[in-house]
Design a protein around this ligand. Structure first.
Ligand code: GSH
Length: 237
């Protein structure tokens, strides 16, 4: 049995989708990040970086429970555990892992910063917003060219690489406007192909069920929000 520590976030989505695609039995432990539960010892013992998602596999590679944090590492772990969603052929595997690393190092962090400055920056932070918008368009150009040439981002088959990118690319319309569908037609078709998968619908439902137990943003303690965002008393300059 796999225990998934998660919230209603894009990085959590990756793991819901992978577990549903792989049809692995799992239970979910919601982590209310607006209430600061990621900083509690129970979670920090599993992930010293105090972030979700985290999984604990009760039957790890040596038969004992095994903990994995960082969504890219979790996806690789699940692919290796099952032998699915990642090629075992060394060249194809290396190619897929390159694109997985690009998601982890660029697609997630640049989009995360765009969302942060769009939602949380006080007025007047146009430089930061413009920078992260440009960075997001930069990787969208790269992904658009990739899916023009290859049906899937990691290579010829649907893989953990598509699962890693999808929850970040799907909502970008909200931040960049409907025009991106016309600007990135191949990527838009790729989003639709993935959104139609039954496992993705099941993952969305499982994640939506979680949302009901979390602190709504308007009720969040401002001090806990400052800690989450590293600002106010938690700012380090
Ligand atoms: N690189 C990490 C990022 C994890 C991450 O940023 N998780 C967010 C939610 S998507 C989180 O736990 N935020 C709480 C915090 O930063 O305090 C991964 O891919 O797992």
């Amino acid at each position: 049995m796999i225990t998934l520590y998660a919230a209603d976030t894009a990085n959590s989505s990756k793991i819901f989708i992978a577990l549903e695609e792989l049809q692995l039995p799992y239970e979910v432990k919601p982590v209310d990040i607006l209430a600061g539960q990621q900083f509690e010892p129970a979670l920090t013992e599993l992930n010293p970086n105090s972030k979700i998602p985290v999984i604990v596999d009760s039957e790890g590679p040596d038969g004992r429970p095994h903990t994995v944090f960082e969504s890219g590492a979790i996806l690789l772990y699940l692919a290796d555990k099952t032998g699915l969603l990642l090629s075992k052929e060394p060249v194809a595997r290396s190619e897929a892992i390159q694109w997985l690393m690009m998601q982890m190092s660029t697609v997630g962090p640049m989009t995360g910063q765009l969302i942060h400055f769009a939602r949380f920056a006080p007025p007047g932070n146009d430089y930061a917003l413009a920078r992260y918008k440009s960075q997001v368009h930069r990787f969208l150009d790269v992904l658009e060219r990739r899916v023009q040439r290859s049906e899937w981002i990691g290579g010829p088959n649907y893989s953990i690489v598509d699962i890693a990118n999808f929850p970040w690319v799907r909502p970008l319309k909200l931040f960049l406007g409907d025009q991106i569908e016309a600007d990135y037609p191949h990527l838009t078709a790729w989003v639709s192909r993935i959104a139609e998968r039954p496992a993705v619908a099941r993952a969305d439902e499982a994640k939506a069920r979680l949302a009901t137990v979390f602190t709504p943003p308007e009720k969040a303690d401002p001090v806990k929000v400052d800690r989450l965002l590293g600002r106010g008393a938690y700012s380090r300059t």
